[in-house]
Design a binder for this molecule. Structure first.
Ligand SMILES: [Zn+2]
Length: 156
């Protein structure tokens, strides 16, 4: 990983759940620091320290992943943070990776039937076809699969 030019760096930056979650809040729309903190609390049911949020936003801004605009909120000027195009791309990539991780965690033995394409969570049926172990949901699918293969061969 260290010789990958940029991503390793970003991984260090987003190495924990809080930072990851801050990004998901920003991904949904622009927000000021305080609203990030309160949305975080509402959804994660956990406090996030401003001493984590603000430096993180600043780091993201230094990397060109976030920009801010000043807007008056009540009597004060507040910084409204927003993801840049690059920041959004980074998030999309992260979310995909995260989704894959979750899928791996909750679907450890999932495979797809080679004949009907349905997802098989447990059991199923495996058969070696043309020297390759092939997975099916049931032996009927395995039979149909073999028949299809045979007829394809015959028509050639
Ligand atoms: Zn099947």
């Amino acid at each position: 990983m260290p010789n990958e030019s940029q991503p390793a760096n970003i991984d260090d930056l987003i190495s924990d759940f809080s930072r990851f979650y801050i990004l998901t809040i920003l991904y949904e729309g622009s927000a000021h620091g305080y609203s990030i903190i309160s949305q975080f609390k509402k959804r994660v049911k956990k406090e996030v320290s401003p001493s984590l949020v603000y430096p993180f936003l600043q780091q993201l801004e230094e990397k060109g992943l976030v920009t801010h605009t000043q807007k008056p909120v009540g009597e004060k000027e507040r910084k409204i943070f927003e993801l840049t195009e690059e920041g959004r791309e980074l998030c999309t990539g992260l979310f995909k990776r995260f989704a894959t991780l979750v899928a791996i965690a909750i679907e450890p033995s999932l495979y797809v039937c080679a004949h009907c394409g349905c997802k098989v969570y447990e059991g199923g049926y495996r058969e070696v076809i043309d020297g390759k172990e092939t997975a099916f949901c049931c032996m009927h699918c395995a039979r149909s699969y073999k028949e299809c293969k045979k007829s394809v061969k015959q028509t050639k």
